[in-house]
Each structure stands twice: as C-alpha cells, then as structure tokens.
Design a protein. Structure first.
Length: 97
C-alpha cells in the first residue's frame, strides 16, 4: 500500500512540475487605478490557489472552534454528572455462615 501511495505522489509531483514548466510565460494582471503586476503564469496560479486555500481555512475556522468549544462544554458536563472514579469500590458484605 505504501508503494502505491508513493507512486501516486511521485506521479502527481511530476505532472505538476511539467505543468509549471509549460506555463512560464509572463502575464500581466491588471488591477484598478492602472496598477499592473507582471509575473510568470504559474506563479500567479500558485498565488491565487494559496489565497483561496487560506480563505477556505479561515472560513472553516469559525465552525471548528465552535465545535471544539461545544465538545469541551459537553466533556465538562459529562464529568460533572459521572460518578467519581477515584473512590474505591465498597467491599462486599461479609458472608454469613
């Protein structure tokens, strides 16, 4: 299984490297107010991919923190209602005989 995983990773890396090598032409990204940025196409694609990934992580962070807070609250509530585990069990009553 590890060999298959590494084979897929290497193939994906080679594919992405070939894509980057084929897209090195300089492109101009035009902003408002006559601002422009010239960079290789692959650099712009990587920058916008990274910005999108960062925005996605930031969008999900609120939900993750809310769920962690809720889980922490439920754990505290469970501990408050659970019987004490550190107390020794009561010994059995003496046998009559």
């Amino acid at each position: 299984m590890r060999i298959l995983t590494w084979t897929i990773r290497i193939a994906l890396f080679i594919l992405l490297l070939a894509f980057a090598a084929r897209n090195t032409e300089t492109v101009t990204l035009r902003f408002y107010f006559d601002l422009a940025w010239q960079a290789p196409l692959v650099v712009l694609l990587l920058a916008f991919f990274a910005a999108g990934a960062l925005l996605g992580v930031l969008a999900a962070a609120g939900a993750v923190f809310r769920q962690r807070r809720e889980a922490s609250r439920l754990r505290r509530e469970l501990r408050a209602h659970a019987p004490m585990r550190d107390t020794p069990a009561m010994p059995p009553p003496p046998a009559e005989g």
